[in-house]
Design a binder for this molecule. Structure first.
Ligand code: PLP
Length: 411
């Protein structure tokens, strides 16, 4: 593509109009047409996100002494997360730019633990269930750690298979709360027992569940032990920009102790501008993402989160009942906002393509080929419309096969 930078700039009103026109082709997520990528808690939350982000869009979280406001906001957001996830006294964390970033930092800390504390010298490996997010593969690629994916048992991590795959050179074992493909909690208590028995670093990836599961439990939902309440959990990732309904670019990574957190921190002094210390991978840290997270948490509070997440639960129940009545099988027993479902007589990836023709941008699973929804509060209002279009799409897809092997849209 050739450069489109103009010689002369244009007035903001013109530039803005062009951007609005470009967005005209995007998925209509405000109407509930996206069940992936966007977590839509409604106009009220969107307004808070955007105004708070704009207030601190130029400020930089890299400089806590210059911006004690941001330092305080980050500290308070972290304290909220630590309490929600039953972290013990002395636990600590950091805000990062997203789930991949949080996972990368946890793997870095675990890698340094293996090297510096346990003294492992040779090649390292990381053991995870087949359903764990590829962010772990990315971290391992960067740090030259071997990835050992283990088979699932009834859609969940199998502690026995993971134990068999782990050895002295294992930097981390992983459980998801819940996993992205099926929205199911891995058996974290069993993994915790394994971690304690074999002295393994257990990371719980609660990128999806960290800021919804505690509230669903408060609402009376059946949520298993998945967090620091399990004594073998050493680190956790939990995304604010998913079910925390915060603006994009905000996640949290937590460690059972400040000592473990220290392993994440980067410090270098040997260059001409003094010592450089960064808690996470980023140098510059967008003040807007920190401020928006703090603002949304304070806007919603516990009562607000319970209400929004209650809408997600209701939407999921409507979808589960609706797809089951239409001959699909729900995979496992989802407890939060992700639901995946499948059928054998029509190719679900072909159905996915048909739904896209009606404006629905949703996701899919490939093992088995199924449909996948990551529901937001806004979906409560459109669940029946989705089911009606699902009827049409299922009929239209009969006899067709999609050739896609990837459930995502990003290319
Ligand atoms: C379970 C899980 N972990 C990690 C991630 C990565 O998060 P991010 O896209 O914010 O990097 C995702 C993203 O969907 C996820 O579902």
């Amino acid at each position: 593509m050739t450069s489109t930078m103009p010689r002369q700039g244009a007035p903001w009103t013109d530039v803005k109009a062009r951007m609005t026109a470009m967005a005209g082709g995007d998925v209509k997520w405000r109407d509930g047409k996206a069940a992936v990528y966007v977590f839509n808690a409604g106009e009220d939350v969107e307004q808070v996100q955007k105004e708070a982000y704009a207030m601190f869009a130029s400020e930089n979280g890299l400089g806590p002494a210059a911006f004690p406001s941001l330092a305080r906001m980050e500290k308070e957001v972290l304290a909220n997360g630590l309490e929600l996830l039953h972290a013990p006294e002395g636990a600590a964390g950091a805000m990062t730019s997203g789930g991949t970033d949080s996972i990368l930092m946890a793997v870095k800390a675990a890698r340094d633990h293996a090297r510096k504390v346990r003294g492992v010298a040779g090649p390292l490996n990381l053991v995870l269930p087949q359903s764990a997010h590829p962010a772990f593969d990315k971290a391992c690629l960067v740090m030259e750690i071997e990835v050992r994916r283990t088979p699932l048992k009834a859609w969940l991590a199998d502690p026995a298979a993971m134990e068999a795959a782990a050895d002295e050179a294992t930097v981390m074992i992983v459980g998801s709360a819940p996993c992205f493909p099926y929205g199911l909690f891995d058996p974290i208590e069993a993994l915790s027992d394994l971690a304690l028995r074999r002295d393994l670093w257990l990371h719980v990836d609660a990128c999806v569940g960290g800021y919804i599961a505690p509230f669903v439990r408060m609402n009376g939902g059946d949520v298993p032990v998945f967090d620091f309440a399990a004594p073998g959990v050493r680190s956790m990732s939990a995304d604010l920009h998913k079910y925390g309904y915060c603006a994009k670019g905000a996640s949290t990574v937590f460690f059972r102790s400040a000592e473990l957190r220290k392993l994440m921190i980067f410090e270098v002094g040997d260059w001409p501008a003094g010592k450089m210390t960064t808690p996470t991978l980023a140098g510059t840290r967008p003040g807007g993402a920190i401020a928006a997270a703090w603002a949304v948490m304070n806007f919603l509070g516990v009562v607000g989160y319970r209400a929004k997440h209650g809408m997600v639960t209701k939407a999921r129940e409507i979808i589960e009942a609706g797809v089951t009545a239409r001959g699909f099988r729900v995979i496992g027993t989802p407890q939060l906002g992700i639901v995946a479902f499948t059928r054998d007589d029509v190719d679900c990836l072909a159905i996915l393509g048909k739904l896209y023709e009606r404006g629905w941008v949703t996701s899919a699973t490939t093992e088995p080929r199924g449909l996948h929804l990551m529901l937001s509060p806004v979906h409560l209002g459109v669940a029946e419309a989705y089911l009606a279009d699902l009827d049409w799409a299922t009929d239209a897809a009969r006899g067709q096969t999609a050739d896609g092997t990837s459930a995502g849209y990003a290319r």
